[in-house]
Ligand binder design. Structure first.
Ligand code: ISE
Length: 337
């Protein structure tokens, strides 16, 4: 039984905690850490044998913790990964791997120096059956070479602290990882464009919606709309234009309702619901790999987390310059192939 320590039980961390306790075979949570002690204690109260450990470093070092789930605020991911790597403990790290490409590189270097792949990144869409099907069609070559992709990532609404930086490192980062995985290519150029901003943006430092344009090494252009206050629900779209046809991500199956001369289909309001199956699958894959003493090759690695960070850095640079920025990626090391 894999004994897991969870750092961070905010909205997403609580879901991860409950998922491990209730759904994942071969894993259980033995300790939880969070800056909000009251909340953490409420979350663990219904479960026997889960300890609250205030200091995240003490949790990582705890002898009853074999593996760490990092769901704390973004700026802390790098330091907790480095500590767990020192101890050779397995890590599930929510994105981003670090707040900067430089920081992500430190984590990758530490993992390589330790000689063992320990990190699985929480890029959940790699485990979503709809995205898997889309990827399989695109890489099968049946439709010819992929040329262009149109993506939309829409959240219903966000708290006022959501700004242009988080829109990239917290939201656009999913498109960045997913699209590079889906088409099997990496990015060489990135550009950010700010259209007219919605009145629903709650922060003067948040342009909403915004467009991120990525060019891959083979010349594909991927156009991502990031809209974090669209008001109406959680909506994810992706259409890939290939030489001999197009492939589009299916919408989740929902009941079709007809009433009073109206016809509608319900929507999920957040990503935790929308991607519930993907989260189940990624955590089961992580627990299985840790129990087998290996890593899950279908999941995103620390290197993928690093590539995403290099790309988000370039997008943030473009937000300031308004121009097209280089994405300075180097070849994937043998260790991550
Ligand atoms: C959040 O952190 C997620 O991971 C969601 O999937 C994404 O839709 C949202 O924009 C992020 O803030």
């Amino acid at each position: 039984m894999l004994r897991v320590g969870v750092i961070g039980v905010g909205a997403m961390g609580t879901q991860h905690f409950l998922r491990i306790m209730n759904k994942i075979n071969g894993a259980t949570v033995t300790a939880v850490s969070d800056i909000n002690e009251v909340r953490a204690k409420e979350v663990i109260a219904p479960f026997e044998g889960v300890r609250y450990i205030a200091d995240p470093y003490a949790l990582i070092n705890d002898p009853e913790v074999d593996a760490i789930v990092i769901v704390s605020i973004d700026s802390t991911h790098e330091e907790y990964c480095l500590e767990a790597i020192k101890l050779g403990k397995y890590i599930f790290c929510e994105k981003p791997l670090s707040a900067s490409a430089e920081g992500a590189r430190k984590v990758v270097d530490a993992e390589m120096a330790g000689g063992k792949r320990l990190i699985q990144m929480g890029f959940n869409r790699r485990f979503d059956p709809a995205y898997e099907e889309l990827k399989n069609i695109v890489v099968s070559g049946k439709l010819g070479e992929p040329l262009v992709a149109h993506c939309a990532h829409r959240n219903a609404n966000y708290a006022p602290q959501y700004d242009d930086v988080i829109a990239v490192t917290g939201t656009a980062i999913h498109e960045i990882d997913t699209m590079s995985w889906l088409v099997g290519d990496y990015f060489v150029k990135a550009q950010s464009i700010f259209p007219k901003t919605s009145r629903h943006s709650k922060n003067p430092n948040l342009h909403d919606p915004q467009i991120v344009i990525l060019t891959t090494a083979s010349g594909m252009v991927i156009n991502c709309e990031i809209w974090t206050n669209c008001q109406y629900g959680y909506d994810i779209r992706c259409e890939v234009l290939c030489e001999d046809g197009t492939a589009t991500l299916p919408r989740p199956a929902r009941v079709d309702v007809c009433t009073a001369n109206t016809h509608y289909t319900g929507m999920t309001s957040d990503g935790l619901g929308y991607f519930a199956e993907a989260y189940d699958r990624e955590f089961q894959a992580w627990a299985d790999a840790c129990n087998e003493g290996t890593f899950c090759s279908a999941a995103a690695s620390a290197w993928d987390g690093y590539c995403a960070a290099v790309t988000t850095d370039a997008v943030l640079k473009s937000q300031k310059s308004g121009g097209i920025e280089e994405v300075p990626l180097t070849d994937r090391p043998e260790f991550y192939k």
